[in-house]
Structure formats: structure tokens, C-alpha cells
Write a protein that binds this ligand. Structure first.
Ligand SMILES: Cc1ncc(COP(=O)(O)OP(=O)(O)O)c(N)n1
Ligand SMILES: Cc1ncsc1CCOP(=O)(O)O
Ligand SMILES: [Mg+2]
Length: 387
């Protein structure tokens, strides 16, 4: 934990019982009987509620769409969260029911869950990340593995949205070569791609954001050919259909992209798949697809893309990397410069993706070379992280 400040949470009803109350101190939180805290757990006629100041959670038997309340429905070891309409950052198309399966618990105790959820929300996590962490923390305790910060993915729930694509049991995406997965420039022209490959880059991405670009097809074709020429892993951002048609090495897709792409077709065609994530819920959601790598972002503020989420910082990056390590290769993205690279690398992340550190450098060739060198230099892995 990176803070010594104790967070306080109140429960309004003196009769309120939870077996994890004392253990919240391991997270830097204190939950006690009070009626005046900003974050408060209380019983009302409709059932258990948690008011965090920013949002209200209600534990219900059957959920129904609501404009303003997060509704939590617990059944055995499964939890469904109905996300209020007003909370969907991207509007109507966003999926509204998040599902969690804590398969190493027999039953989710809703009082314990309210406490765990309150703690992780107080610690600054987004709602679905707080739920993911809360269930991991409860499972870890139920399995006598301590009450400290949940790091071991064994205890994490599986997560998905209702309506998510389900991959076949055996299906997984082709692997990447990890020895070639170091500096990962993301560029928007074939010229930039050629420049970075000439400097010795071994993994790169073509990211063209205009789907009406009249030369889109030809640019993708040239990017694939350059990848083959240099023996590099070239990913195509977004345009998975063209990537399949033209035999690309791989595609990169974001959280909304995976809802519409034909993942089975991408996998069956042998293309590698990289997936963007922005927190615990999305990381566990990405696990379901058995991708070729998981991208973690955005780490620092970025000028390249409008981000609905907050920058994650290197402390959280380190926690995500620890969670994923050994399962999938990881790449960090967002606001990473040459100066910031060493502390990002110290988290143990496999690769570092960047745009402006190269495209806005006074000498892009020299910048690429020095970034490549910095990636291969032996630093102190997992050195003390300070932001
Ligand atoms: C390596 C890497 N990480 C993240 C992204 C972002 O993908 P996405 O969230 O789909 O956003 P767009 O790039 O499509 O705007 C990426 N492209 N590459
Ligand atoms: C595409 C993308 N996805 C998350 S941050 C980002 C842009 C990264 O660009 P930069 O390295 O210039 O911050
Ligand atoms: Mg995308």
C-alpha cells in the first residue's frame, strides 16, 4: 500500500455484523458504528445499502434497470451488478449488467461484500474494479490466505458483461514471441512504421483512426508486408476483418471492440490478439478470451487519445502486472516518455507501448534507438516504485 492515511467507513445499524470488519485494517480502512461518515452501510426497508457519497449500491433479490442506483444481486457464489444508466460513460451501447463468479467461495455473504466494496471504493477504485477486488479479498480470507492486498489471481472472480462473447473451452489465441515484445511503438502511418522497424523495433502497431481513409486497405497491406520484411510482430488496430483477409500477424482490440468483433474468426485464422484494459474488472474479463497479450493503461496522462478513465500510475501498474504475470504477456501504454520508462520497466511489465515519445521527438530515429536501448538495459527489476 502506498498510503498511510486510514480510510473510515460507517455502518448505521449497531446490529450490523460482518466477519471481515476487523480485517479491513490490512487494507488501510476502518469500519465502525457511525452515522456521519461519507461512506455508510445501512439497512433500510428495501434491504442493505451502501452510500459512498458518489454512488448508491443496493443489495436486491431481483434487479431492475435504474437511472441512479447500482443494484447488487448475490446468488450462491455469483454476483450480478446492474449498472445505472447514468453511470455508463460511453452511452447507450455500453453493457449494463456486470457478472462475477467467485468460484472458490461457496456463498457470497452480502454484509461482507458491502464492507469489502466500501473499502475498495474508499481506496479510489472504480465501481466494477472495487467489486472484483472485494470478491478476491473475501475469497482469499475464506481460503485462509490472509487479509492483505489481493495479488494472487487464484482468488479472483471471473468477470464478464451479460452478452459477452464466449470462447470455446479449448480456444486460445496464438502466442507472440516474448523475446520480440519489448519496445512497442504505435503509429498512424506506413512511413512511421517503416522508420521504427528500420531502427530495430520488433513489435509495432498500425493505428489509423479514420475508417473512411480511402487508402486504408493498401496501408494495412503495406504494414503487413513491412512486418514480414523485418521479421517483426506488426499488429493492426481495430480493423480485424481486413487483418484476417490480408493475413496480418495480429490485431489489437479495445473493450468496446471485443463486443462487436468476431473473435472466433480472428482466433481460427491464427491471428494474435492484444486487448486493452483499464483496471481489475477488464483484466479478468480479458482472461476469458485467452489473448496473446494484455495492454494496461493509460499509465500517465496522454495527449494522443481521449480517455474516459483516470491515469493508473505505476503503483497500480505493478499490481496488475503481478496479477497477470505468468499467464499472459503485458504491455503498458499511455504518456510514457524516455524519462518515465525506467520506473514503468521496474514494474516488471514485458513491453512498453508509446506514440508521442517517438512521433513528437526532435529526432524520431534517435529517440527510437535510445528507447530500444533503455528497454534492453538491465535495470533493477521490481525496484522500489515511487511516483
Ligand atoms: C498496445 C495498445 N494498447 C491500447 C490501445 C488502445 O486500444 P483501444 O482501447 O481500442 O483504443 P483505440 O486505439 O482503438 O483508439 C492500443 N491501440 N494499443
Ligand atoms: C492508444 C492509446 N491507448 C491508451 S493510451 C493511448 C495513446 C498513447 O499515446 P502516448 O504514448 O502519446 O501517450
Ligand atoms: Mg480500438
Amino acid at each position: 500500500m502506498n498510503t498511510t492515511e486510514m480510510k473510515t467507513i460507517g455502518f448505521a445499524d449497531v446490529e450490523f455484523k460482518s466477519s471481515v470488519l476487523d480485517n479491513t485494517r490490512h487494507l488501510g480502512c476502518r469500519v465502525f458504528h457511525a452515522t456521519t461518515e461519507d461512506t455508510i452501510i445501512q439497512m433500510c426497508q428495501a434491504g442493505l445499502t451502501l452510500n459512498t457519497g458518489d454512488n448508491v449500491w443496493q443489495f436486491v433479490r431481483e434487479s431492475q434497470p435504474s437511472e441512479s442506483i447500482y443494484q447488487v444481486c448475490c446468488q450462491d457464489n455469483r454476483v450480478a451488478v446492474h449498472i445505472p444508466k447514468g453511470e455508463c460513460p460511453k452511452g447507450e451501447n455500453v453493457q449494463s449488467v456486470a457478472l462475477f463468479h467467485a468460484d472458490k467461495l461457496t456463498k457470497v455473504n452480502q454484509n461482507d461484500l458491502a464492507v469489502a466494496l466500501a473499502c475498495f471504493i474508499e481506496l479510489g477504485f472504480d465501481p466494477l474494479d472495487a467489486m472484483t477486488l472485494g470478491l478476491a479479498w473475501m475469497t482469499q480470507q475464506a481460503r485462509a490466505a490472509g487479509a492483505g492486498w489481493p495479488e494472487d489471481r487464484t482468488w479472483f472472480p471471473t468477470t464478464h458483461f451479460s452478452g459477452d462473447h464466449v470462447m470455446g473451452e479449448e480456444a486460445e489465441f496464438s502466442p507472440i514471441r516474448k523475446d520480440l515484445f519489448t519496445l512497442y511503438p504505435v503509429v498512424d502511418t506506413v512511413e512511421w512504421l517503416a522508420l521504427v522497424l528500420e531502427q530495430g523495433v520488433t513489435t509495432a502497431q498500425l493505428r489509423i483512426k479514420d475508417p473512411n481513409d480511402p487508402e486504408l486497405k493498401s496501408k494495412i497491406q503495406q504494414a503487413i508486408a513491412l512486418g514480414q520484411q523485418y521479421g517483426a510482430q506488426v499488429f493492426i488496430n481495430d480493423y480485424w476483418e481486413l487483418a484476417i483477409e490480408m493475413g496480418a500477424f495480429g490485431v489489437h482490440l479495445g473493450q468496446e471492440d471485443i463486443e462487436v468483433a468476431d473473435l472466433t474468426a480472428i482466433q481460427a485464422a491464427g491471428l494474435r490478439l492484444g486487448i486493452s484494459t483499464h483496471g481489475y474488472f477488464e483484466i479478468m474479463r480479458a482472461f476469458n478470451l485467452k489473448p496473446s497479450y494484455i495492454a494496461l493503461g493509460h499509465i500517465f496522462p496522454t495527449v494522443t487519445k481521449d480517455m474516459p478513465s483516470q491515469p493508473q500510475g505505476v503503483i497500480r501498474l505493478g499490481q496488475y502486472v503481478a496479477l497477470i504475470k505468468g499467464a499472459y504477456p503485458t504491455v503498458a501504454i499511455g504518456g510514457i516518455s524516455g524519462e518515465r520508462l525506467p520506473k514503468v520497466k521496474a514494474t516488471g511489465v514485458d513491453a512498453i507501448a508509446l506514440v508521442t515519445a517517438i512521433t513528437r521527438a526532435s529526432s524520431p530515429k534517435a529517440a527510437t534507438q535510445s528507447l530500444l536501448q533503455a528497454m534492453t538495459e538491465k535495470g533493477a527489476p521490481h525496484a522500489a516504485l515511487c511516483e
